[in-house]
Design a protein around this ligand. Sequence first.
Ligand code: ZN
Ligand code: ZN
Length: 252
Amino acid sequence: MSTTSEKRTKEEKDEKEERREEKKERTILTEQFCPICGISSKEKKFIKFLCIDCWIAQQKFKIPEKIIIQQCRKCGRIKLREWTDDKSSIENEITRMCASHRDVKAKVIELTDQYVRIELEIEGTKFEREIPIEIKRTLCPECTKEVRGYYEAIIQLRLKSHERRGRKGRKEFEEIVSQLRGLKDRIQKELEKVTFVPKVDEQPFGFDIYVGSTSEAYNVLRLLGLKYTSTKKLFTQKAGKKLYRTTFLVRI
Ligand SMILES: [Zn+2]
Ligand SMILES: [Zn+2]
């Protein structure tokens, strides 16, 4: 009798012991240690058997340490790869830089002047990183041209010769001049949407409008339905590239 009871107690004990062992093992299994740096999974996220940092290092996958963004101090446009005024294209570019590895997904969470916070996802493990941003104040190519007084074309806005002779009365002449000024403002406004106008000179019977881009000068004249004659002159030759200046004469 006593033997059976003792035996049963022993069995129960063993069972208890076994369960305890099992439980212990399970706790060990939930806590991982990185075989490279030894950090515990309680302190860092793991991807498979490695901690995130060692996984990244092993994959030779790089999260940029710093992102340098250029900003034009004149027009405010920004550049990472290309000049743009669209902040979302900068976000896309950062995403592309961070998700260069095929197993990595990246998403920009926050973008400020000082840092970008991104969420990375590797094999289902999500984690965040903050990358400092350095903004370099510079001049974009368009503003550089503008600052240097660069121009490719001149639109010469002139009164027709018979208007100049002042056959009409003074009042009518003033009316025509004011219309011409209005047209000059209109042309300038349209041009400034697409290029730059380094200067506008007032001439005895009209205006000279200097334009940063010949093709935009041409487009604006067409847009406003203005008739013109044009002359093209070789202005300079830089590194084998010919630079022309075009004069568009518009008679009103
Ligand atoms: Zn590690
Ligand atoms: Zn600029």
